[in-house]
Design a protein around this ligand. Structure first.
Ligand code: NAD
Length: 475
């Protein structure tokens, strides 16, 4: 796909109750292409009045949708999958255009992954156990109700799908607010929803800003659960709003994951894979292994390998097939990341990589920092850009202590020539996921964080159960 295939148009409407209709207010949100730095489209800025209508539509759709046989809900989701798959190329170009993800990654991850997730939920909707027994009790799994879904910009369709597909499969109905930075791909999803003929009100779209639309959803008395992905600060705010009415929240928040490379690991492979993980999507990945922990005895060699690997991340137009590192999503994000790199150097880190960037686009160069103090800002704060901190350790105990010295606990990795030793270290990491020796991402495995990385789990059957509650019927 070439840049010429990215032809976004203004979208003037919201999707509520199975219909496209204008927003109540007259405000709009400009969508920017972070490579050209040009505004390419506008979407409506929804208002709390729009949220009220969307929630009312979701509420009246709930009972009939929840009452459908799970296999019938699965048939609806199958039609949605077909309509979405027909738009694959458009999804990939839209995400590359509005976010800056290199086009190859857009096809594989930004488009392929949400389709895989939806496919998984079609099967789970039909197969997941709805009932069980404990003694004289019949245990029923029932949908929780109306779900408010609020999502960020870094994997804009995947993060929506992880919520919408699981919630719909469980029998819930949904009001979605996508990120104001990347709303266009959500419109493609709702074009597919409309084409697939999902029952009116089952899933509704209200684009807008966090303080207006997001807050109205999180604080709405008829929203039974808020499923949020984004920053820890916003997650905290949403928790407070939901707590007032004891509504359930599920939170997928930030991370500062450690890639622990033990002294008997294949160092070259571990470093190369680790750099690739840290720079995926220009480092705008919540699970990114942004702290590389290497034995002090192999520190210089590891730094050299990391610098070599970073050189392969050619910056450029994300529509160019040879580009491996696109721009960041916005000028604000770029400036924030540059600020962290400056602060890291001020706190004693050494910059090992060149920092020049193309003239146009919100780029941050692939950055490797050495001599990073595990207590320093760049080792503690989520940066959300292509910045890798390399940190030395003495023995396995010290590696575990550094890895766990974080308020986050989302992901991580362990590398060792001895699988038992690697597993022993993996078990000691206080984090929701660990990849041992490059174990592949599993879209059916539970995904979520320990500590301030979140509450609850997404994906697979764990993600489905998040949208259910249990009833005990004694007989
Ligand atoms: P953000 O928290 O600013 O925004 C996320 C969403 O929340 C957006 O839709 C935004 O409009 C909305 N929002 C903002 N303020 C709100 C408020 N007061 N009330 C309700 N909604 C509000 O985060 P972001 O900048 O879009 O995304 C980057 C952050 O998200 C990073 O910190 C990253 O680690 C995190 N993230 C986590 C995961 C995960 O699965 N754990 C995935 C992706 C991103």
């Amino acid at each position: 796909m070439a840049r010429a295939d990215f032809t976004p148009a203004d979208r003037g409407e919201l999707y509520i109750g199975g219909q496209w209709r204008p927003a109540r207010g007259g405000g709009t949100i400009a969508v920017e292409d972070p490579f050209t730095e040009q505004v390419v489209a506008h979407v409506p800025a929804g208002t709390p009045a729009d949220v009220d209508e969307a929630v009312a539509a979701a509420k009246s759709a709930f009972e009939p949708w929840a009452a459908l046989a799970p296999s019938v809900r699965a048939e609806h989701l199958s039609r949605l999958h077909q309509s979405l798959a027909n738009r694959s190329d458009q999804i990939a170009t839209t995400v590359t255009g509005e976010l800056g993800t290199p086009i190859k990654v857009s096809h594989r991850v930004q488009t392929g992954l949400p389709l895989t997730v939806l496919d998984g939920y079609i099967r789970l909707a039909a197969e997941a156990a709805q009932e069980g027994e404990i003694g004289n009790s019949l245990i029923l799994r029932e949908p929780i109700g109306v779900v408010g879904a609020i999502t960020p910009w870094n994997y804009p369709l995947h993060q929506v799908m992880a919520k919408v597909a699981a919630a719909l499969a469980a029998g819930c109905t949904v009001v979605l607010k996508p990120s104001e930075l990347t709303p266009l791909v959500a419109y493609l999803l709702f074009d597919a929803v409309h084409e697939a003929g999902l029952p009116p009100g089952v899933v509704n779209l209200v684009p807008g800003t966090g303080p207006e639309v997001g807050q109205a959803i999180a604080g709405h008395s008829d929203v039974d659960m808020v499923s949020f992905t984004g920053s820890t600060a916003t997650g905290r705010r949403i928790s407070h709003l939901a707590a007032d009415r004891i509504a359930k929240v599920s939170l997928e928040l930030g991370g500062k994951s450690a890639n622990v490379i033990l002294d008997d690991a294949d160092l070259a492979r571990a470093v190369k894979t680790g750099v690739g993980n840290a720079f995926l999507n220009a480092g705008q990945t919540c699970t990114a292994w942004t702290r590389m922990l290497v034995p002090a005895t192999q520190y210089e060699q590891a730094c050299e390998l990391a610098v070599q690997a970073a050189k392969a991340y050619a910056m450029g137009d994300p529509f160019d097939e040879t580009t491996r590192l696109g721009p960041l999503a916005s000028a604000t994000q770029r400036d924030r990341v540059h600020g962290f790199v400056r602060q890291g150097r001020a706190e004693g880190a050494t910059l090992l990589t060149p920092d020049d960037v193309p003239d146009r686009g919100y780029f941050v160069a692939p950055t490797v920092l050495a001599d990073v103090d595990p207590k320093s800002t760049v080792a503690q704060e989520e940066i959300f850009g292509p910045v890798l901190a390399v940190i030395p350790f003495g023995d396995d105990d010290e590696a575990v202590a550094i890895a766990n010295d974080s308020r986050y606990g989302l992901a991580g990795a362990v590398w060792s020539g001895d699988p038992d030793r690697a597993l022993a270290v993996a078990k000691r990491l206080r984090t929701g996921a660990v990849d041992v020796n490059g174990g592949a991402f599993n879209p059916l495995a539970p995904f979520g964080g320990y500590k301030q990385s979140g509450l609850g789990r997404e994906l697979g059957v764990f993600g489905l159960e998040e949208f259910q509650q249990v009833k005990a019927v004694q007989r």
